[in-house]
Design a binder for this molecule. Structure first.
Ligand code: ATP
Ligand code: MG
Length: 570
């Protein structure tokens, strides 16, 4: 490709809206452009890398014996009704109506569609096991689209679904996908870790997430160095710490706490530690309000809460609702006489003589006892795991890390086959529901995750496997005949050898050309400058210090070897 004819809209300035490296670099390198919140267009360079990610995924899915299909993204409501998910998805589902007023949605995930397909097309148990996959567009009206294509509202997912007759079969299908995922993320150049995940609203018996370790990851991973336990925050079980609470035997007492709105202000005011407080947080779970209690020094994990309640969505209640329920300003909620269910984190069980809000603006209660002063509907593990927590497996210490979830594999079991009546008469003549697994990879998110792990102050450093082009040939001065001819010769020889080369034939200053080449992250640069007449060029590997002088022929040879090595499948 000739750069003179390539749309590569690089930017010198750092776009203000981008908070993280990958988002900034994708905009600056001209890979993507924003159309609306969480909606992006891909420019030529970005699209090439995106397609390469897809190709690697396809190769590994095919190698694992999965069949590629393509389902529509526009789906009738009826598809999601038998499983109940037409309602469960709530506001995350993009919904629309056709001219006949029939309900449709833009598919957020396709379990039902694949289940129905197998039901219609597979006639005998003998055709199982079967794994189908697609690389298709998904739509989710995310509450907080952010970080560019990392969390967008339209994105490409590789989703696969396995169909087996028994648990053993599912275990095998799952293992194949697990191994394929390891190969895919390794080929993408990602450093990743695999964590036990929450099966959540999807139902099912087990699941794991593939996490790319990164400071900007929105997921928190709990890891125990001592025993290797590794789980995401939603799954990680929190063990109550050993703090001892003595009941002081005193009656509950309401005290004036004026101008106190935060736990920190309250600790100062009362002179007691944070863990002596019980926070009462009012949540809206679908259409119902609940109160949730955690110790003052802890945070609530909303996914744990959502699972406990079996809710589609949980969110903090709006201030007006908090006022209506507690009859007080926000900051003074307590668990007494709320008229709604009260869920308490397990740690509350051991607490005595603690402090809560008094449901009256400007007041708190002290000497509070559970059971005597208020009732708990249910205790559960509802809190967020943190650094220093107790490992649920071995009792040693947990460390937490941030991770980007790039893939998720899931033993679904019979949730969808039962709901959609996908059964087979097996060899023994019994009718059995098919046992399913589902397996997702966020294609665009992978691309962003690679950039998070592979960049420097000058731009992206693509792994060869997904670089938009392999080699950038740069004649320093396109008006110099010797430089121009040698650059063309190198460019053409690389192309003839199957190397994806670009030639920067623009009449630009060399500094501009070098900057662009570094910004868009082309793995190799061959610069043809003053020594062109001696057949000498500069050979530079992106991300390494300095460059080497080589004869043109040696540079070509080295480039071919380097690139072939880099794209070799593992
Ligand atoms: P998250 O917790 O990040 O919202 P999820 O659990 O909703 O992810 P899945 O339903 O398991 O995600 O989807 C499979 C994969 O699709 C995820 O592992 C992720 O890589 C990708 N993905 C999910 N939501 C988005 C999004 N909004 N933008 C880009 N990729 C996404
Ligand atoms: Mg999600």
């Amino acid at each position: 490709m000739r750069l003179s004819g390539l749309l590569m809209p690089t930017l010198r300035e750092v776009p203000a809206e981008a908070e993280i490296t990958s988002h900034r670099l994708m905009l600056r390198a001209g890979l993507i452009r924003k159309l609306a919140a969480g909606i992006y267009s891909y420019m030529p360079m970005g699209l090439r890398s995106l397609r390469k990610v897809e190709d690697i995924i396809r190769e590994e899915m095919d190698r694992a014996g999965a069949n590629e299909v393509l389902m529509s993204a526009l789906l009738p409501a009826e598809a999601y009704q038998p499983s109940g998910r037409w309602d469960v998805f709530g506001p995350e589902m993009f919904r629309l109506r056709d001219r006949h007023d029939r309900d449709f949605c833009l598919g957020p995930t396709h379990e039902e569609i694949f289940t129905e397909t197998v039901k219609n097309e597979v006639k005998s148990y003998k055709q199982l096991p079967l794994t189908l996959y697609q690389v298709g567009t998904k739509y989710r009206d995310e509450r907080r689209p952010r970080f560019g294509v990392m969390r967008s509202r339209e994105f490409i997912m590789k989703d696969a679904y396995s169909f087996d007759l028994d648990e053993k079969g599912l275990d095998e299908s799952y293992k194949k996908m697990y191994e394929a995922y390891c190969r895919i993320f390794t080929r993408l150049g990602l450093k990743f870790t695999i964590v036990d995940a929450d099966s959540g609203a999807m139902g099912g018996s087990g699941s794991q997430e593939f996490m790319v370790l990164s400071e900007v990851g929105e997921d928190i991973i709990a890891h125990c160095e001592a025993c290797g336990y590794c789980a995401n925050e939603e799954k990680a079980e929190c063990i109550p710490d050993g703090k001892k609470f003595e009941a002081n035997g005193k009656e509950i007492e309401k005290i004036l706490t004026p101008d106190v709105h935060t736990i920190a202000q309250l600790t100062d005011f009362l002179g007691v530690p944070e863990y002596m407080f019980v926070k009462t947080i009012i949540y809206k779970a679908d259409d119902k309000f609940v109160a949730v209690l955690v110790r003052g020094d802890r945070e609530i994990n909303e996914v744990k809460l959502q699972n406990l309640l079996g809710a589609g969505e949980v969110e903090l209640a709006a201030p007006a609702d908090v006022r209506a329920i507690t009859k007080a300003e926000v900051g003074f909620a307590g668990p007494m006489n709320l008229g709604i269910e009260v869920y308490a984190d397990n740690e509350i069980k051991n607490m005595h003589s603690f402090v809560t809000g008094a449901n009256e603006t400007g007041y708190h209660f002290v000497n509070v006892e559970t059971g005597r002063d208020f009732e708990v509907t249910k205790y559960a593990d509802l809190r967020q795991i943190t650094n220093g927590d107790i490992c649920p497996k071995c009792g040693k210490e947990i460390n937490t890390f941030n991770g980007i979830e790039v893939g998720h594999i899931f033993k679904l079991g019979t949730k969808y086959s039962k709901a959609l009546d996908l059964t087979f008469i097996n060899e023994a003549g019994e009718s059995v529901p098919v046992i399913m697994g589902c397996y997702g990879i966020g294609v665009n998110r992978c691309l962003a995750a690679v950039i998070e792990q592979h960049s420097d102050e000058n731009g992206i450093i693509w792994p060869v496997s997904i670089a938009p082009y392999h080699v950038s040939v740069i004649p320093v001065n396109v008006n110099n005949q010797a430089q121009k001819e040698l650059a063309e010769k190198i460019y053409n020889t690389l192309l003839e050898n199957g190397i994806e080369a670009i030639i920067d034939d623009r009449d630009e200053r060399p500094g501009v050309k070098f900057k662009d080449s570094e910004l868009v992250g082309i793995p190799l640069r061959i610069t043809v400058g003053k020594k062109a007449e001696e057949n000498i060029v500069e050979y530079k590997i992106r991300g390494s210090e300095g460059f080497e002088e080589k004869t043109a022929d040696d540079a070509i040879k080295a480039a071919i070897e380097y690139i072939k090595e880099g794209i070799k499948s593992i």
